[in-house]
Design a protein around this ligand. Structure first.
Ligand SMILES: *Cc1c(COP(=O)(O)O)cnc(C)c1O
Length: 370
């Protein structure tokens, strides 16, 4: 699905030098590499504050802690996504309220969000799934009308750009009150271990979240709030700082691969190519087909026999996950998410795919569904 070895070979010198610098300095925690990377990521994203943390899940948790939400407060999030969002909501004693997604973009459906708002709703967590932004302009308007916070889960969408109706463009993660991203190795900007970051333009929220990520500490050994221990280590920051200047090339390589797949599959009645959100770019963390007129699981097995990996992101929506079963929800309540779970198939997608590989993969898919 990804080829991190080949990617590393192209940037080996920069990566090795950065890691060596950290080892020589022995500043493994909160070292200069971390503050350098933070500043470079602020520049790249346009976020006023970047707070590096231990991983994307921690980023989401610290964001919700920073907002000071209380037990019983409701947080709206899509049911078709990775578990992290609902997980941190539940861990904090907040109530996850799940909503359906759009069949084309697979992102949170705005009408479903509108219907899910109650007097207890405090925040909305849109997920920019597979690399394109949820429709943020109407979502921000809706949130403003109801005085709700918006925390973007931009773990799959770093570098995606959303254009507002006035022509203004902002990056994924810098539109809501807070944005969260992950540097898990296979993410579009991935380190060589765990890492994550929080974005915000709000000074007060930034200060609070920075303290929460560091044991709730502002002055050393004086704890003003309950916090956690979540930090990006210097070696991961060195890897990320070496990769960040390449992020736009990496995005372009993913977009070229996606265009190749699109061309091969366009107009096929048994496969639907990923629908696009018209005011967002797509950075293709995943290239996800909807297999409409063929047996998805059989196709996946037959691809595997030919040495082609394909993955199902995600096979079970949140409301059908054993740990999250809730009497408020039953099967059939979120028909689009349930249908997607039964038909999505993600093809190999990374920065190192060449034309030969792309042709091999798409020809195999087309042959197998004939
Ligand atoms: C990867 C991911 C996360 C979690 O990131 P980690 O760094 O693995 O904790 C959260 N949400 C989404 C949508 C993700 O893809």
């Amino acid at each position: 699905m990804v080829d991190l070895q080949t990617q590393y070979q192209h940037i080996k010198q920069e990566i090795d030098a950065g890691i060596q610098e950290v080892i020589d300095s022995a500043a493994f925690i909160k070292g200069k590499k971390v503050t350098d990377f933070q500043a470079h990521l602020e520049q790249y994203t346009g976020a006023k504050h970047v707070i590096p943390v231990g991983n994307g899940t921690d980023a989401l948790q610290i964001a919700l802690m920073g907002l000071g939400l209380k037990a019983g407060d409701e947080v709206i999030t899509p049911t078709f996504t990775f578990i992290a969002t609902a997980e941190v909501v539940a861990l904090l004693g907040l109530t996850p309220v799940v909503v359906d997604v759009d069949w084309e973009t697979m992102n949170m459906d705005l009408e479903s969000v509108r219907r899910a708002i109650t007097p207890r709703t405090k925040a909305i967590v849109p997920v920019h799934l597979f690399g394109q932004c949820a429709d943020m302009e109407p979502l921000m308007q809706l949130a403003q009308e109801h005085h709700l916070y918006v925390v973007e889960d931009a773990c799959q969408a770093i570098g995606a750009r959303y254009t507002f109706s006035n022509g203004e463009t902002k990056q994924a993660g810098t539109i809501g009150h807070i944005g969260c991203t992950s540097f898990f190795p296979s993410k579009n900007l991935g380190c060589y271990g765990d890492g994550g970051a929080i974005f915000t333009n709000d000074d007060e929220l930034a200060a609070r979240m920075r303290a929460i990520a560091n044991h709730g500490m502002v002055v050393r050994y004086h704890h003003e709030m309950i916090g956690v221990n979540s930090r990006l280590d210097s070696i991961q920051a060195a890897v990320l700082d070496a990769k960040l200047p390449h992020l736009d090339e990496y995005i372009a390589a993913r977009q070229r691969a996606a265009a190749c797949y699109d061309k091969a599959f366009a107009g096929n009645s048994k496969l639907l190519i990923p629908g696009r959100q018209n005011n967002s770019t797509h950075v293709f963390h995943q290239y996800t087909l909807r297999v409409a007129g063929a047996d998805r699981d059989q196709l996946r097995e037959q691809l595997a026999e030919r040495g082609i990996p394909a993955m199902i992101y995600y096979p079970v929506p949140l409301h059908q996950q054993k740990a999250y079963l809730d009497p408020r929800y039953k099967d059939g309540d979120f028909p689009v998410a349930e249908k997607l779970a039964s038909c999505v198939l993600s093809l190999p997608m990374h920065t190192e795919l060449d034309e030969e590989q792309l042709n091999y993969i798409s020809s195999a898919v087309l042959e197998l569904i004939k």
